[in-house]
Design a protein around this ligand. Sequence first.
Ligand code: WT7
Length: 631
Amino acid sequence: MQSNGSQGEVYYPSETIVANANIHDYDALHQEAVADLAGFWDRIAREEFEWFEEWETTLDDSEAPFYKWFVGAKTNIVHNALDRHMNTWRQNKVALIWEGEDGEVRTYTYRQLQREVNRFASVLRALGVVKGDRVTIYMGRIPEIIVAMLACAKLGAVHSVVYGGFSTEALRERIDDSHSKILVTADGAWLRGQTVNLKDIADEALMRCPGIQNVIVVRRTGQDVHMESGRDLWYHEMMNLPIATTDIQTEVMDAEDPLFILYTSGTTGKPKAILHTHGGYMVGTATTLKWVFDLKDTDVWWCAAAPGWITGHSYIVYAPLINGATSMMYEGAPTHPFPDRWWQIVEEHGVTVLYTAPTAIRGLMRFGETWPNRRDLSSLRLLGSVGEPINPEAWKWYYRVIGKEKAPIMDTWWQTETGNFMITPLPVTPLKPGSATKGFPGVVVDVVDEEGEPVPPNEEGYLVIKTPWPAMLRTIYGDPDRYVEAYWSRFPGWYMPGDSAKKDEDGYIWIIGRIDDVIKVSGYRLGTAEIESALVSHPDVTEAAVVGVPDELKGNVIHAFCILQQGKDPSRELEMEVKEHVGHEMGPIAKPAVVEFVDSLPKTRSGKIMRRVLRAQVMGEPVGDLSTLAD
Ligand code: WT7
């Protein structure tokens, strides 16, 4: 149902959606949660999860912003994601349906997945991995990435997954910073019918990572790879040894013990290692998934993200398993071999909920309606969007062509740091295309000015979150000062995500974009600092600055400005070479769309590059206030 009010179009949920809803009255629930935040989460944590020992305090804010949740409780997220299902009928339920790009299909029941995880945990244990150790995981979208993550968590080791699309330098920096002693990777990954040489990339990174003692390699593509004797081990060989026993205990963890770190880009400097924990993250991710997507035992849930980003951590790996859901996972490109590959997967596996990014929708939109119309998409009952604002055209196409006007779109705003959905509709929420609507129950969101005062309706301001939540990041691993500085210093007492937004007369939030030096390319979060350091590592480049420029398909693309070494001349070849170099160092997603050679860069008197000026120049807009410019 649809109506045109003063706010533009509003889409109301159908009777079927309302009848199926896990949550019927958002306002009442939100008010209840805000009135007694600790009591609200205390009740959910008791009802929905298993704990080895209960907590003394639900929320400890005595050392804020170092909040603690479920203080004193003992659990392990893997106990809730796998072990506890063994005592129910769910042990024989399908946990994961995986489809390779080459068409291979594998399914794992909860029981089978648990046994695989136990065996891999035993292998890691035999290699000396103990509670608190860091393990880096670098591979494509294959079941073994889930197995590896869960095996770490089972032992109490901290996983650090590096997205399989990143390359040598990005991988090296993340291994190094985390002090990992084990790397789990694969020979390669399939993408668009080609192989990505993951092991080669890892080998190059490892030349400068002396801390890594062992590399475990999953065979996926079967390509030739170098195996360093004494260091490198095949996954399948290890899993066939007697040490790979299923008889292994799930480590008893404190609710506040680290579960994983995940690197993300921030305002300045090197990537930040965002730290999440066993207790709060478990409660937050599982509850948000259950409520926002009305998850039921009859669902086939498909989060089409990569496991290597927070979306995959929370909503491919942990939340679906904790809820006992059946998940779909697909290895490759949406358009391989044809543009209806995704729609074929929906049809063949009966996917009921699809969760993806606007950039993917726009990419598939380009191929027209004929491709999705060839497939039976009637199983879809809900859709989701994440990663960047969804433009109304893409929203409407997704709603009409994919959801057949019966599947509401849950536009979920959140971040690596938040761990779970923060601003999001529930299925019963009236929708406005392009708005992520309102705070999840208990999440108080506002849009404020420089002084922290709420801005009038429809005016731009800083997005802030005024209440703590269980799945919030606990710190930046190894850098607690930066945690305070980056998120809690601008408006003391409130969390500042780094986005600008507007709030309309109905209290709906409209995200505008990042206000810091983060560029979202196809929904991937990249930091200007990391790309710039990749640029200047090219021998001919002495200085570089990058800015994000709006792009119809990718949301933003990277425009790089480079100053060349004395005596080097700009050329088309050099431009190509510099782009390739960034691809090699950082990964294909970080490749600039344009490399422009310049003689100087606009800087403030204190030497800070004024990206705002560069951006205005590229966009042909007025450059604004130049009073701080050095010359
Ligand atoms: C940034 C966080 C968490 C999932 C993937 C991204 C942007 C995320 C939305 C949305 C508008 C969005 C924000 C945010 N963003 N979801 N629904 N509407 N913008 O996680 O890589 O940590 O990026 O993504 O700018 O700050 P991430």
